[in-house]
Design a protein around this ligand. Structure first.
Ligand code: NAD
Length: 271
């Protein structure tokens, strides 16, 4: 499969995995529409793509806003045509024990991580199905099959993305549109410094940020996995050794994970 002149749209392309994916798709010859709620970081991504001779078009949009996503789809369909590739990547994180996580944070993380993906699939999926080709990539997480303690809202949101992707994959196969759920482990991006924490000290959050930095698995590895998932129409794609280990353990010996969960990263980091 060639990505040359394919029309791709990546949400949350102003940082981390979204930026790396947009850059890689452009390097492979795709025309990439990059979207984010942050226009400044979006422009930085565009400059990086254009500096390498790639094609990128900026569109500021908040994925949690259905009206804005419908307007975005209308503009894209009029100005560029039907998407070949949709990457629903924009996401945020929360941490903290369930009892200390306010409803406002549940609504916030679900409005972006779950409804943002639903909005993307709804706004662009119908035209892809009508044409009879395309691929939808949804950013889930290893937390989409491994529910670690102290991140119930985030884990629940990513389990929802897994369920949505599995169901949609079966429905969209009829229209020759592929659907993949990408499940990264610990990837060094801005996500943890931007996350909402509850009941944890500033030092505990700094420790998590430090672990992500030291782990130093870059978003470029996830971008490669996304491209490969599209090429081979893969259903579920764990990325990083820890994501693969948890995926295998969850399928083969789920009870072992109970023990792992009790000593999980975030639990150990409790103040
Ligand atoms: P990041 O914070 O580096 O980038 C996220 C981008 O999404 C930012 O540019 C941000 O402005 C944008 N964004 C956030 N809310 C938005 C909204 N409402 N509308 C539009 N854009 C919005 O994070 P990342 O690590 O690159 O995360 C990308 C995706 O990968 C997320 O869905 C995340 O849950 C998932 N993921 C990340 C990791 C990790 O360890 N970094 C692991 C598993 C899954």
């Amino acid at each position: 499969m060639s990505f040359y002149q394919q029309l791709a749209l990546v949400t949350g392309a102003g940082s981390g995995i979204g930026r790396a994916t947009a850059i890689l798709l452009a390097q492979l010859g795709a025309k990439v529409i990059i979207t984010d709620r942050n226009p400044q970081s979006l422009q930085e991504t565009q400059q990086q793509i254009q500096a390498q001779g790639g094609q990128a078009f900026c569109e500021t949009a908040d994925v949690s806003d259905w009206v804005a996503m419908q307007a975005l789809a209308e503009r894209v369909h009029t100005q560029h045509g039907v998407l070949d590739i949709l990457v629903n990547n924009a996401g945020v994180a929360t941490s903290g024990e369930f009892l200390q996580t306010p409803i406002e944070d549940w609504n916030w993380v679900f409005s972006i991580n779950v409804m943002g993906v639903v909005h993307g699939c709804k706004a662009f999926g119908a035209e892809m199905a009508k044409r009879g080709t395309g691929h939808i990539v949804n950013l889930a997480s290893a937390a989409g099959y491994y529910a670690a303690p102290n991140m119930s809202a985030y884990s629940a949101s990513k389990h929802a993305v897994m369920g949505l992707s599995e169901s949609l994959r079966i429905e969209m196969a009829e229209f020759n549109v592929g659907v993949s759920a990408i499940c990264p482990g610990v990837i060094n991006t801005n996500i943890v410094s931007a996350m909402r924490t509850n009941g944890e000290t500033v030092q505990a959050q700094a420790k998590i940020v430090d672990i992500y930095k030291k782990r130093n698995y870059g978003p470029e590895g996830v971008a490669e996995a996304i491209v490969s998932a599209i090429k081979h129409n893969r259903a579920i794609v764990p990325v990083s050794p820890e994501a693969w280990a948890l995926y295998a353990a969850k399928r083969a010996v789920p009870s072992v994970l109970d023990t792992v969960q009790r000593t999980a990263l975030f639990r150990k980091l409790k103040p």
